[in-house]
Design a protein around this ligand. Sequence first.
Ligand SMILES: [Zn+2]
Ligand SMILES: [Zn+2]
Length: 251
Amino acid sequence: MKSVRNPWFQTDRIRDGLYCITEPFYTWQNRANLWLVKGRDADLLIDTGLGVSSLKLYLSKQLDKPLKVVASHVHFDHSGSCHEFEEVFIHENEHQTLRGGDQQLILSAPEIGFVLDTDFECVPYQGFSASNYEVKACPQAQAIQHGDIIDLGDNAFQVMHLPGHSSGSIGLYSEKTHTLFSGDVVYDGELLDNLDDSVVSDYIDSMEQLLKLNPDEVRPGHYHSFDRRRLYELVTQYIDDRKAPLCPSER
Ligand SMILES: [Zn+2]
Ligand SMILES: [Zn+2]
């Protein structure tokens, strides 16, 4: 029998005001990074994990201001605990999906993303079974779109609509700290563009948008953080890989 882990989450301090929260006992190689940014007037939580343990309760000691929660996109590893929070934002293309709890789109292609018991080294509570897993509907979710600003008082994040991995994928960019939170649009691992709601041509357009940015640091939805040089490498590699088969004459 697997042991119960409480707390289920782990927090790593990156620097003052920036924390990375993970679910270390969910051992799927692609587990998500959740980012907590402390602001002057409000705090920002980017993504909410699987939703198998209360993230709100876990964070309660760290939160002393209003919390704005933004889902980088609707997939389960990012949106699972959104239902627990009051002020939740997601791109308008996936807004109804999260509000209604559409499991087909939230879990994405089950053969790739479905949550399995074997992916849990420990469990969040006695009796947990991944076979009952689902993401709860979040009827309070509000729609955001490209160009919207998430304002924390002393720092602000611009919403960049970057579809391709999914239709409502976004990045959040701070001009102040030159930080890009990139969700599943770009991370240093195999990028997924073969899901039910993926569109490769949109993904290429989104990647080209990222080449116009000058971030000093990228905080992705999975795996480790990286710098601008690595961002451009990953983006360029994706574009080259995807464009090549379509245009053999240009190779
Ligand atoms: Zn995803
Ligand atoms: Zn993901």
